[in-house]
Design a protein around this ligand. Structure first.
Ligand code: CO
Length: 145
């Protein structure tokens, strides 16, 4: 396992428009993408960029709003009505190798490796095996270094 960049922190929100206003007006974010829906995952997402000094892409905030009554985010929002930190996402150079290594360590992987919101392969690890944090592993996007 080779730990890569902290790609994003997933933040659940009941209302993505309110969260965008918060990051723009209260936090001073200047680079916020248009929200887009991922119906097969039951969510609408929006990325807020944080800047870096290096010119490389900074860690993002991934705002996640439920889409439909069966969204996996609905449970989280029932327990956390204001929303809040939902998962962290680390990059790895090779998603298949990372999956094999986690499996070899007996970590529970939630579902198949699939294409995530960045268009790259991802999988999730059970929070009880990951220091209490729902952890997303994502292959470093091509051309991102
Ligand atoms: Co994510």
């Amino acid at each position: 396992m080779k730990l890569g960049r902290l790609n994003h922190i997933g933040v659940a929100t009941p209302t993505i428009a309110d969260s965008i206003a918060h990051y723009r007006d209260t936090m001073g974010a200047t680079s916020i993408c248009e929200p887009f829906s991922l119906p097969e995952q039951g969510v609408t997402v929006c990325f807020v960029d944080t800047p870096t000094h290096s010119g490389l892409n900074g860690t993002q905030i991934e705002l996640i709003e439920p889409l439909g009554p069966d969204s996996a985010i609905n449970n989280f929002l029932e327990k956390n009505p204001l929303g809040g930190q939902h998962h962290v996402c680390f990059e790895v150079p090779d998603i298949a190798a990372a999956r094999e290594e986690f499996e070899g360590q007996g970590k529970r992987i939630l579902g198949p490796t699939r294409i995530g919101a960045h268009g790259t392969p991802i999988f999730f690890l059970h929070p009880k095996d990951m220091q209490g944090m729902l952890t997303e592993i994502m292959e470093t996007p091509k051309g991102d270094h």
